[in-house]
Design a protein around this ligand. Structure first.
Ligand SMILES: Cc1cc2nc3c(=O)[nH]c(=O)nc-3n(C[C@H](O)[C@H](O)[C@H](O)COP(=O)(O)OP(=O)(O)OC[C@H]3O[C@@H](n4cnc5c(N)ncnc54)[C@H](O)[C@@H]3O)c2cc1C
Length: 297
């Protein structure tokens, strides 16, 4: 119930505006967001790389409403890729297609994202295309496939809570497209998504085993010890773990010490509200943590 409420609040534009412009923004987001500027996130990623952990830069934002805004997102992501190359960071970039104009049209979105993927290919990295709600699943996979055919260096994301995901993994793997497997972070109807956590977990484990068998450099994105165990014993050069900046640092350190590859998803920017609310929804105990840190400030 609390999870549903937090996800509902995450989609309220007025609350979002209030929160993102409030003086509480800094203290609230410090735990999960690397800062507001590209300099901030590059500094954080350099430190993380220094600990033997790869990164993926995420310039926060989603659902832009004009072509100009979509173009700004493209320019910001291109700047991120330039800094990755200049600083020789071990980093990909992660993007959400609604930030690049998916709501305005598939062609416009593809035109905005293609230059990024081309630049990523030229500097030897990759663009990871986050998966949003099921309104966008088909169009996202269509764009990922088109980009893979043109440039090769993309990764798709598949959500274990969706009933369709096994079929999608088989299609993407056959096409040679790498997949990041996560549980899924949006509010979905039971007709398309498993409603119970236990079902989502079982499906995650099944899909992780499938990906480790037929996938191309797959990524297991999770902080759940049971899901993490699915990768244990598999050669470390055949897959990577992925986690979110600020979550389960104990587990992050342990996996690196055991010799596994780990990549942290590192968000930055001003448009933090929906991302932040999804993190609270995943673990309502974070509310307590936040209340304490606000009190300290
Ligand atoms: C690298 C990465 C990329 C992702 N990309 C996408 C995407 O493109 N699309 C999408 O829908 N979802 C994405 N997600 C989010 C994902 O779908 C889940 O919502 C999120 O990872 C929580 O699931 P979990 O596997 O960690 O398991 P859970 O069962 O939610 O959590 C297991 C344990 O992990 C810890 N934990 C989990 N979340 C938090 C948190 N926020 N704060 C503190 N502790 C926590 C807790 O100890 C919890 O008990 C991504 C996640 C990661 C790690």
């Amino acid at each position: 119930m609390l999870r549903q409420t937090l996800l509902f609040l995450s989609a309220q534009p007025r609350l979002r505006h209030w929160a993102e412009t409030s003086a509480l923004a800094g203290p609230l987001t410090r735990r999960f967001v690397a800062g507001t500027t590209l300099d901030d996130v590059i500094r954080v990623c350099t430190e993380i790389n220094g600990q033997g952990i790869a990164t993926s830069l995420d310039h926060l934002g989603e659902n832009v409403t004009s072509a100009a805004e979509a173009g700004e997102s493209r320019d910001q992501a291109l700047k991120g890729l330039t800094r990755i190359a200049d600083q020789r960071l071990n980093s990909t970039v992660s993007i959400k297609l609604t930030q690049f104009g998916l709501d305005l049209g598939t062609d416009l979105c593809l035109d905005n994202v293609a230059p990024l993927v081309e630049r990523a290919r030229d500097i030897g990295t990759r663009v990871e295309i986050d998966m949003e709600s099921t309104v966008y699943t088909d169009r996202t996979l269509e764009i990922v496939t088109a980009l893979h055919q043109r440039f090769g260096c993309v990764r798709a994301v598949i959500q274990a809570y969706l009933r369709r995901s096994e079929a999608d993994i088989r299609l993407l793997s056959e096409a040679g497209i790498p997949v990041r497997l996560c549980k899924g972070a949006y509010n979905e109807d039971a007709s398309v998504a498993y409603p119970e956590k236990v079902q989502v977990d079982e499906n995650y484990l099944r899909l992780a085993r499938l990906l480790l068998e037929i996938g191309n450099d797959p990524a297991l994105a999770t902080h759940d010890d049971r899901m993490v165990a699915a990768g244990k014993g598999h050669p470390a050069d055949k897959f990577e773990y992925q986690m979110l900046y600020g979550v389960r640092r104990d587990l992050q350190r342990r996996l690196v010490a055991e010799g596994y590859r780990l990549r942290l998803y590192v968000p930055y920017g001003d448009a933090w509200y929906p991302y932040f609310m999804r993190r609270l929804a995943e673990r309502p105990a974070n509310l307590l943590f936040l209340a304490k840190s606000l009190f300290r400030n």
